[in-house]
Design a protein. Structure first.
Length: 163
């Protein structure tokens, strides 16, 4: 029988499992972001206890490796000063005639639907360093974004950003 028609087992046809990709660059975090990473790590450790299914254990260990790495590499950064867009800033801006508000945070904390964008996002990169009233280029358009106001992030007692 030809080797081409021989099959050793089902495992050789499974898709490989890769590590959870870690965003490139520094792992900048706000105080809230550091708390979220610690909570995710504790959650992953707790989920691993008592699990006997080998596939589930592998999945949980992969998640645990990700959050362990993120905690170990986290660089806590304070919010930038009022009037200048920077990491941790809550920024009011106008894009395409529409006023919007976002807070610039770390990669793991980002949630665009909630107004939290990663510092590595194109919009955040375009606005970084801009001052109140400044026009900045974005998406290949000159002066596409008008920074209306930038202030240090406002975090409520519950740890969530207020706009």
């Amino acid at each position: 029988m030809s080797v081409a028609f021989r099959r050793e087992g089902d495992d050789e046809h499974l898709e490989p499992t890769f590590e959870i990709p870690i965003p490139p660059g520094p792992n900048l975090v706000t105080a809230r972001g550091a708390t979220l990473i610690a909570a995710k790590l504790a959650e992953a450790e707790a989920a691993l206890e008592g699990v006997t299914d080998e596939a589930e254990v592998k999945k949980l260990r992969r998640t645990l490796r990700y959050w362990s790495t993120r905690k170990a590499t986290a660089e806590l950064v304070a919010a930038s000063q009022d009037g200048v867009v920077g990491f941790g800033s809550t920024v009011q801006f106008r894009l395409n005639g529409k006023a919007r508000t976002v807070t610039i945070v770390g990669d793991d904390e980002a949630d665009p639907a909630a107004g939290l964008i990663a510092f590595s996002a194109p919009l955040a990169r375009a606005m970084m360093g801009a001052e109140d009233g400044e026009l900045v280029d974005f998406a290949g358009k000159a002066e596409a974004v008008e920074v209306l106001a930038a202030r240090g992030a406002v975090v409520g007692a519950d740890g969530w950003y207020r706009q």
